[in-house]
Design a protein around this ligand. Sequence first.
Ligand SMILES: *[C@@H]1O[C@H](CO)[C@@H](O)[C@H](O)[C@H]1NC(C)=O
Ligand SMILES: *[C@@H]1O[C@H](CO)[C@@H](O)[C@H](O)[C@H]1NC(C)=O
Length: 187
Amino acid sequence: MAVLLQSLVVLSICAVLNAAACNNVEQTNNNCVADSWEQIFRSPSRSSILPLLRYKNKLYYMGVHFRANWYEALHFCESIHMKLLSIHSADENQIISKYVKAANKGTTEFWTGGTRLVDGTNFVWMPYGTRVEYTNWSGGQPSDVNEKCLQLWGSSDNLTWNDRDCNLGLFFICERCCESNTCPPGL
Ligand SMILES: *[C@@H]1O[C@H](CO)[C@@H](O)[C@H](O)[C@H]1NC(C)=O
Ligand SMILES: *[C@@H]1O[C@H](CO)[C@@H](O)[C@H](O)[C@H]1NC(C)=O
């Protein structure tokens, strides 16, 4: 019983730590990463469970299996050792549009990691905390200081950005930057 409890504690610690920290725990407990999302992603035989899309230096996961509010989406991406989407160029906005179109889930509304600072004006990418530099707002957006989170919407050929109530349940996209020397600051 004590052993079981101990491994449960270790497993839940791993769930909230990042991969690097988890690898340290792994040395003392081989079960640590066995069932983690990280392991699923690394295993070619299981990669179809959560397919990742690759574009340039990033991997993306389309969160289309359940809807989540912005906070849940942020947390879920972290739990699979990814981050909620951040967009840094027209190129990237375009490729995400293509992915959304290909997924064909009957909606083009997806959470990104963008959120409004308390100054009501500036947006940052969470959890990086980096300022949103490149933007692709829909006409007239952002429109409401009470809508604190940044979503994609629009026609799937041309997704643009909108500020939205963070509590709304939407699909979402997670990302992971693969090559640290080519990642934008903070990624
Ligand atoms: C796509 O959206 C951008 C930004 O709103 C706009 O300038 C452009 O004309 C749109 N393109 C198409 C094909 O709708
Ligand atoms: C906005 O995104 C669309 C694709 O979704 C892209 O075609 C367009 O070039 C982007 N506009 C800007 C100003 O980056």
